[in-house]
Design a protein around this ligand. Structure first.
Ligand SMILES: Nc1ncnc2c1ncn2[C@@H]1O[C@H](COP(=O)(O)OP(=O)(O)OP(=O)(O)O)[C@@H](O)[C@H]1O
Length: 277
């Protein structure tokens, strides 16, 4: 069957409805990466009182590390395609949260580069981005506005955000007076309503109660079905397997393994046996 050239542009070789012969070889579709992390390194000071000098700032990658500093991540390279769901695993203090903060742009690497080609909705710290003295109402408006939602869009979604968080009685309460579980409800509710294509979820959901956590997880599944890209940090094997297809295993600041999630969990279990069932 002859196909007009213009029609070829619309054909998706993965779509069974496309007029491709059943046994014809199908070229895999290469989608451009949405996140590119290249040879990234970031170092921190163990002792906050030791100061960084101007010389340190401009010394670049050949500078020797000071005795008070350590590499929280080093030589980390990977890229992520749109729509991938990635679980980040590793023991405490191995650089998982730091990696998420690099992707959000909250932290900048000392070496290498992090390129993110789409907006990020981060759920990485309970209080991240919320202002302690502002009310729940004002915080919702502020957070949604900061992520580019227009005033009428916020107004249209406001009730939905508050209903999901189940904190309708606390609209005029200062954020600092919410319980930690309520803060997580509010944060997840706002962040998961943003249109940003990349969603980052650190372990904060563990603070919520079981019923709310399940509600959040169903929402994450909806977002994944809609094509969002997910980074999910967890110590829970069942949750990692539920959402993620690919895993990144961080150990001692290095990317030890980048593989399908089942393989990553097997390796982590074999090394430490610490992931909960
Ligand atoms: N701003 C900072 N200043 C100094 N050290 C830091 C800073 N942020 C993180 N670190 C250190 O970097 C290392 C990695 O921390 P990170 O929070 O990324 O670990 P993690 O793998 O997320 O751990 P956990 O599972 O406990 O949440 C730790 O040793 C931590 O103390």
């Amino acid at each position: 069957m002859a196909v007009e050239h213009s029609d070829f542009d619309k054909l998706n070789p993965r779509n069974p409805a496309s007029p491709v012969e059943p046994n014809s070889p199908v070229e895999p579709v290469e989608t451009p990466p949405v996140i590119e992390v290249e040879d990234v390194g970031i170092r921190f000071r163990r002792n906050r009182r030791s100061r960084r000098s101007f010389k340190d700032l401009f010394a670049g990658r050949n500078r020797r590390i000071r005795p008070s500093e350590f590499w929280a991540l080093r030589n980390v390279t990977f890229s992520v395609a749109r729509g991938e769901a990635i679980g980040v695993v590793g023991r405490n203090g191995q650089g998982k949260s730091t990696l998420l903060k690099l992707v959000t742009g909250v932290l900048l690497p000392d070496e290498g580069s992090v390129r993110v080609h789409a907006g990020v909705a981060p759920l990485i710290e309970i209080t991240g981005g919320f202002v302690e003295d502002l009310t729940v109402r004002d915080n919702v408006n502020l957070m949604a506005g900061l992520h580019g939602m227009k005033r009428d869009e916020i107004a249209a979604r406001f009730a939905e955000i508050i209903d999901f968080a189940e904190i309708g009685d606390f609209l005029d309460t200062p954020y600092k007076h919410l319980s930690s579980g309520m803060k997580v409800r509010l944060a997840f509710s706002v962040i998961s309503r943003l249109e940003e294509p990349i969603l980052l979820v650190d372990e904060v959901l563990a603070v919520g109660d079981k019923a709310f956590r399940e509600k959040c997880y169903r929402r994450i599944e909806e977002l994944l079905a809609g094509g969002r890209t997910l980074f999910f940090v967890s110590h829970n094997e069942r949750d990692l397997k539920r959402f993620c297809t690919r895993g990144l295993y961080l150990d001692k600041g290095c990317l030890e393994l980048d593989a399908p999630i089942a393989e990553v969990l097997d390796r982590y279990n074999a090394d430490y046996g610490l992931v909960t069932q």
